[in-house]
Design a protein around this ligand. Structure first.
Ligand code: NAD
Ligand code: GLY
Length: 366
C-alpha cells in the first residue's frame, strides 16, 4: 500500500492507496483516534448493493453503525438531501459521538463531507472513494459542497477529511462510462501537472478495461501526489495556485448546469471543457497547434466526451459561465493550457472567442 501525506499542519492527513487498502479499515480508524466514536456511513443504493456487506465486515469493531443512503444522482447533491439526512443523524448521535464515512463517488463524497462540515459545526469524516474520479480528485483536498440550480457547488466549505482510503479493488465494478469520467480528470492532471501522466495516456492502449490494477494504482498515486502538493500550497484556493485544478471546469460546470445535471456527467463536462478551453487558448495564441492536437487526440482516444449534443446550445452554456466561483468582480477566469504540463490563468476572454470555442468543441460531440 502507498501513502501520500497532505501536509496541512493540524489538518494533515494520509491518502492510503492500493489494492485492498480498506481491508484494515478498523485499524486505520483506531489510529485516527476514532475507536470510541460511532460511524455514520453516507452512500447510495448502488454502492450498498455491491459493497455494503464488505464494508459492514470491515467496520465489525464498531458496535453501532448508521448506514444512510441518498439517491444515486448528481441531483441529490442538494440542500434538500442534506436536510433529509440531518434527522436520522440527530437521532443516532443523541447518546454518542459520531464521525462520518463517505463511501462512494464524488457525489456522496462532496455531499457527506459537507454534512460533516456543518453538523454541530463539524464532526470528523473519512473519505472512502469508490470511483476513479473520486480517487484521483474529489476525495482529496476538503472541498465539500452541494449544487444550486444556478450552478455547481455554490453552497460549500473547505473541510479536510481525517484520511482518504483509495482501495483500487473498488474500481473493478465500475462501468466504462465511470472510468471515462475519471480519465477526464486524469487528462487534466496530465496537462496541468505531469506530462508523464499524459505520456502514459498517449502510449497506453485505448482499451482501458484491460489495464491491470497496478496501472490504476500508479495513476491514482501520481494524481494524488499532484493534488496533495497543490492543496498544501493553496488550501483555501485564494492564492491562484489551486485554481489550476479548475482546468476544463469553467466550461465543464456550465455544461453540467445547462444540461440540468442529468444527461451529462461531471467527467464528460470536464472533457468537453478541457477541449473548449484548449481551443480558447489556441485562439489566444497561448497553446500551440501541435499541443492542441495532442489534447484533442487524447480526449477522442478515450471517448471522454458526452454522447449527445442535446442541451449544448453554446449561448445557453455561455450564460452559466458567469456563476463560476472562480470569477472575480463578475469577470470569468479561465485556466488555459500553455503546453502539456503548464497552465495559465486568463481573465476577460472575449465572448466571441468563447462562442467560437464552444462551437468547435461541440463539433467533436457525436
Ligand atoms: P458519482 O458519485 O455520481 O458516481 C458515479 C456512479 O458510479 C454512480 O452511479 C455511483 O453509484 C457509481 N459507483 C460508485 N462507485 C462504484 C463502484 N465501485 N462500482 C460501481 N459503481 C459505482 O460521480 P463521480 O464521477 O464519482 O463524482 C462526480 C462528483 O464529484 C460531481 O458532483 C463533482 O462536482 C464532484 N467533484 C468534486 C471535486 C472536489 O474537489 N470536491 C473534484 C471533482 C469532482
Ligand atoms: N477540484 C478542484 C479543487 O479541489 O480545487
Amino acid at each position: 500500500m502507498q501513502k501520500v501525506t497532505v501536509s496541512l499542519k493540524e489538518r494533515s492527513y494520509e491518502i492510503l492507496i492500493g489494492k485492498g487498502a480498506s481491508i484494515g479499515l478498523s485499524g486505520i480508524l483506531s489510529r485516527l483516534g476514532l475507536s470510541s466514536y460511532s460511524p455514520v456511513v453516507v452512500s447510495n443504493p448502488l454502492v450498498y448493493k455491491i459493497y455494503r456487506n464488505l464494508l459492514q465486515d470491515r467496520l465489525a469493531a464498531f458496535k453501532d453503525v448508521l448506514f444512510l443512503s441518498v439517491p444515486d444522482s448528481e441531483r441529490s447533491k442538494s440542500w434538500h438531501t442534506i436536510s433529509k439526512l440531518v434527522r436520522p443523524v440527530l437521532d443516532f448521535s443523541r447518546d454518542k459521538s459520531i464521525f462520518l464515512i463517505t463511501f462512494g463517488g464524488g457525489v456522496v463524497g462532496d455531499l457527506g463531507g459537507f454534512l460533516a462540515a456543518i453538523y454541530k459545526r463539524g464532526v470528523p469524516y473519512v473519505q472512502i472513494p469508490t470511483t476513479l474520479l473520486a480517487q484521483v480528485d474529489s476525495a482529496i483536498g476538503g472541498k465539500v459542497a452541494v449544487d444550486l440550480s444556478n450552478g455547481k457547488n455554490l453552497l460549500g466549505a473547505f473541510y479536510q477529511p481525517r484520511a482518504v482510503v483509495s482501495d483500487i479493488d473498488f474500481l473493478s465494478t465500475l462501468p466504462e462510462r465511470e472510468i471515462k469520467n475519471g480519465l477526464a480528470e486524469i487528462i487534466k492532471y496530465g496537462i496541468l501537472g505531469k506530462s508523464k501522466i499524459f505520456n502514459i495516456l498517449e502510449e497506453s492502449t485505448a482499451d482501458f478495461v484491460s489495464w491491470p490494477a497496478e496501472t490504476w494504482a500508479d495513476i491514482v498515486l501520481m494524481c494524488s501526489c499532484i493534488k496533495a502538493s497543490i492543496v498544501e500550497k493553496d488550501e483555501l484556493d485564494n492564492k491562484d495556485i489551486r485554481i489550476a485544478l479548475n482546468l476544463g471546469h469553467t466550461i465543464g460546470h456550465a455544461v453540467e448546469t445547462a444540461c440540468g445535471y442529468k444527461s451529462v456527467t461531471h467527467g464528460e463536462g470536464v472533457a468537453f471543457g478541457i477541449l473548449a478551453e484548449s481551443v480558447i487558448s489556441n485562439l489566444l495564441g497561448i497553446l500551440s497547434e501541435v499541443d492542441l492536437g495532442r489534447i484533442i487526440k487524447i480526449i477522442l482516444k478515450y471517448k471522454c466526451l458526452p454522447a449527445i449534443k442535446k442541451g449544448f446550445c453554446p449561448k445557453r452554456v455561455a450564460s452559466f459561465i458567469c456563476y463560476d466561483k472562480k470569477a472575480k468582480l463578475g469577470i470569468s477566469r479561465f485556466v488555459l493550457p500553455k503546453s502539456i504540463g503548464e497552465t495559465e490563468v486568463v481573465s476577460g476572454v472575449d465572448a466571441g472567442v468563447i462562442a467560437q470555442s464552444l462551437e468547435k468543441a461541440k463539433s467533436f460531440v457525436n
